[in-house]
Design a protein around this ligand. Structure first.
Ligand code: CMP
Length: 139
């Protein structure tokens, strides 16, 4: 399987609860290389642009308020099968439905406050990485 990059967020709920170190530790233990990382307080407009694919969903307003409510940690992760592997490490979107041992099951508190985000496909990863990182940050 080829080396791949994915985009990841430690969301404001997890940052506020002091879970950044725990989540970074899980990322290292899962075997990812962190290619780029920064702390980012999204504006409401940046959150709306990032989640534009969900614009028609009933939770869009709450989601974008939540994502602009404090600092996130945004990252580019690399490994073999990084997109699928990061989604497996996070677990299902709803923490109540996520498998034991996953980040969302162990640390998430609701379908919205689910601690982390990950790209769902190569095209999404390309869009999401470029949304927060410039080429010179990705060498
Ligand atoms: P994420 O993987 O970042 O993708 C979209 C986000 O919307 C999701 O995680 C949740 O934080 C949030 N969300 C809130 N309500 C729902 C819902 N009913 N279904 C899916 N995602 C939801």
């Amino acid at each position: 399987m080829a080396t791949e990059r994915t985009f990841a967020i430690i969301k404001p709920d997890a940052v506020k609860r002091g879970l950044t170190g725990e989540i970074l530790s899980r990322i290292h233990k899962a075997g990812f290389s962190i290619i780029a990382i920064k702390s980012k307080w999204m504006s409401i407009g940046e959150a709306q642009g990032f989640y534009a694919v969900h614009k028609a969903r009933p939770f869009f307003g709450e989601l974008t308020q939540f994502m602009s409510s404090g600092k996130s940690v945004v990252m580019v992760l690399e490994s073999e099968n990084a997109i699928g592997k990061w989604r497996d490490t996070m677990g299902a979107t709803d923490p109540a439905k996520a498998a034991p041992g996953t980040i969302r099951r162990d640390l998430g508190t609701s379908i919205q406050n689910n601690c982390t985000h990950g790209s769902d496909a190569p095209e999404t990863a390309a869009f999401e990485i470029a949304y927060f990182f410039s080429g010179h940050e990705l060498v």
